[in-house]
Design a protein around this ligand. Structure first.
Ligand code: HEM
Length: 258
């Protein structure tokens, strides 16, 4: 990965500085001449590495949990497919601009993030000054972990918290954020900066899989095992295996692009 980022940096350094589309690396390199001690190659490389590592397993894992939940809840999968068929049709592949017309797909992703948040304890925060949280005195320099998983699965806050019910978010624009019941991307100024990108990436990947293929569990009646593994981004214990076949009406379209 370092080599890749290095070569991007040296390509950009050799260019005339005017690129067709500004990437984040382009912007950082433009800032470099004015503040060379701050925008060093090492710092840019580190920033890119953080974005890649923070954005990859989280988005892929959320897509995998969502597919697992859909396989165990085929009626939800059918409803999502019907929404895509009505809003997008089968003449073209769905694209990013379709996401705004697919509230049920959005609700599926939010419900997945409620049940299986990729950051179950958020990331550790540290108080920069003495403060009081919920009546507790927190001295400066204390590490604070938020048990997001417990909040998002709390029966005092959620009706049937263990059930996968995307309908609970269908009516609510952008998911229910009242009272911090749901914050899969954290909150405040250290909240996840990749939220918008993640929702688009997961929406497009999951939506395309639903639009193009019929999905079944590998072992018929046997439910997909939903055991959580250990790891920072709440991985599954076993990678998901599923059976899929191209939907009859999508065959021609897919044949053209493969
Ligand atoms: C489904 C996907 C994702 C989930 C669930 C997720 C969740 C989170 C959470 C819970 C935090 C900690 C927030 C807090 O402590 O308040 C976080 C931080 C962060 N995320 Fe994400 N994230 C996702 C995707 C991404 C993507 C795509 C990127 C970038 C390309 C990204 C970049 C970051 C960075 C840089 C931080 C640290 C922010 C800081 O400390 O100021 N994340 N994310």
């Amino acid at each position: 990965m370092e080599t890749r980022i290095d070569s991007n940096i040296s390509d950009e350094n050799e260019g005339d500085g005017v690129s067709k589309k500004m990437t984040m690396i382009d912007v950082l390199l433009l800032l470099q001449p004015n503040e060379p001690d701050y925008y060093t190659d090492k710092m840019i490389q580190g920033l890119m590495g953080v974005l890649l590592s923070a954005g990859t397993d989280t988005s892929a894992g959320t897509t995998e949990w969502a597919m697992s939940l859909l396989l165990n809840n085929p009626q939800v999968l059918k409803k999502a497919q019907a929404e895509i068929d009505i809003q997008v049709g089968q003449e073209r592949l769905m694209n990013e601009s379709d996401l705004a017309k697919l509230p049920y797909l959005h609700a599926i992703i939010v419900e997945t993030l409620r049940l299986y948040p990729a950051g179950p304890l958020l990331v550790p925060h540290e108080s920069s000054a003495d403060c009081v949280i919920g009546g507790y005195h927190i001295p400066r320099g204390t590490m604070l972990l938020v048990n997001l998983w417990a909040i998002q699965n709390d029966p005092k806050l959620w009706d049937e918290p263990n059930k996968f019910k995307p309908e609970r978010f269908e009516e609510i624009e952008g998911g229910n954020r009242d009272g911090f019941m749901l914050m899969p991307f954290g909150t405040g100024r250290r909240g996840c900066p990749g939220e918008g990108l993640a929702m688009r990436v997961v929406g497009l990947a999951l939506g395309s899989l639903i639009q193009c293929f019929e999905w079944d569990r590998m072992n018929g009646e046997e439910m997909v095992d939903m055991t959580e593994g250990t790891g920072l981004a709440l991985p599954r214990t076993h990678p998901l295996e599923a059976s899929c076949r191209t939907r009859a009406n999508m065959l021609n379209l897919l044949a053209q692009i493969i």
